[in-house]
Design a protein. Structure first.
Ligand code: SAH
Ligand code: DHB
Ligand code: MG
Length: 221
C-alpha cells in the first residue's frame, strides 16, 4: 500500500507545490547528512504553511527541527518581523538545519535553539517569547503531553497547536500498546480531552510516511 500512498503524495505535490516552494536542496542535504527521513511530507509541510498564512501567524513555536524542512515551510508563512522559534536536541541536526535555513533565505525569521525542549521551553517563557500564534510539536513522542501543556501555556486565545505523529499505525487506539509513540499519543489524547482551554480534533493520514496522523487544537477564548 505504501507505494500507492507515496505515488498519490507525489501526484498531489507535482500539481500543487510549485518549484520555488519545494525545498529540494533541503531534503537532499538532510539525506546526504544522514538525518532520518522523518521530515513532514511536502503536502503536510504545505498544510502547515497554509495554516500559518490563514491565521496571519507572526510568532510560531516548533519543537523538533531536524533539518529545518518544516521550519522553512512555517517561516515562509509568517509576516515580516515575525519569527519561528524552533527547538532541536541534536547539535548535528541543528547544524544541517542552520545551513538549510540560510540557503532558503529565511535566517532572519528563524530562532533555532539547541537543547532538550523541556530545558529550553522555560527559558523561552522567562524571556517573554510568548504568546505564539501557532505551535507545531514534532519531537520525541513520549513527551507529547508535556509539550502540549507548554504550548498551551505559551499560547493566547485563538492560537493553534498542531501535534504530528499521533496515530503511529493505529497504536494510539490499542490500550495494550508498548510502542513509545503510541503510549505518548495516548497520554496526549488524555491530556487534550481533559483540558477545558482547548477544542480539538485529529486526522489520520496515509502517504509517503505510512499510516499516521496529526492533532489540531484551537485555544479557546
Ligand atoms: N519537524 C521536522 C522533523 C522533526 S524529527 C520536519 O518535519 O522537518 C524529530 C526531531 O526532534 C529530531 O531531530 C530529534 O533530534 C528532535 N528531538 C528529539 N528529542 C528532542 C528533545 N527532547 N528536545 C528537542 N528536540 C528533540
Ligand atoms: C518518526 C518521527 C517523526 O516526527 C515522524 O514524522 C515520523 C517518524 C520516528 O521517530 O520514527
Ligand atoms: Mg513528525
Amino acid at each position: 500500500m505504501i507505494e500507492q500512498w507515496r505515488a498519490v503524495d507525489d501526484y498531489m505535490s507535482d500539481r500543487l507545490i510549485i518549484p520555488s516552494e519545494r525545498q529540494g536542496a533541503t531534503l537532499a542535504a538532510n539525506r546526504a547528512s544522514g538525518l532520518p527521513a522523518i521530515d513532514v511530507s511536502p503536502p503536510q509541510g504545505k498544510l502547515l504553511h497554509l495554516l500559518g498564512l490563514a491565521i496571519g501567524a507572526r510568532r510560531v513555536l516548533e519543537i523538533g527541527t531536524l533539518g529545518g524542512y518544516s521550519t522553512i515551510w512555517l517561516a515562509r508563512s509568517i509576516a515580516e518581523g515575525g519569527q519561528v522559534v524552533t527547538i532541536e536536541f541534536d547539535p548535528r541536526h541543528a547544524e544541517v538545519a542552520r545551513q538549510n535555513i540560510a540557503r532558503e533565505g529565511v535566517s532572519a525569521k528563524v530562532d533555532l535553539r539547541v537543547g532538550a525542549a523541556l530545558d529550553i521551553l522555560p527559558k523561552i517563557e522567562a524571556e517573554g517569547g510568548a504568546p505564539f500564534d501557532l505551535s507545531f510539536i514534532d519531537a520525541d513522542k513520549a513527551n507529547n503531553a508535556a509539550y502540549f501543556g507548554w504550548a498551551l501555556d505559551l499560547s493566547r486565545p485563538g492560537s493553534l497547536i498542531i501535534v504530528d505523529n499521533v496515530v503511529r499505525e493505529g497504536a494510539v487506539a490499542n490500550p495494550n500498546t508498548t510502542d513509545d509513540g503510541g503510549l505518548g499519543a495516548r497520554r496526549l489524547f488524555d491530556a487534550v480531552a481533559a483540558e477545558p482551554r482547548v477544542t480539538a480534533t485529529a486526522i489520520q493520514t496515509v502517504g509517503s510516511k505510512g499510516w499516521d496522523g496529526f492533532l489540531v487544537a484551537l485555544v479557546k477564548g
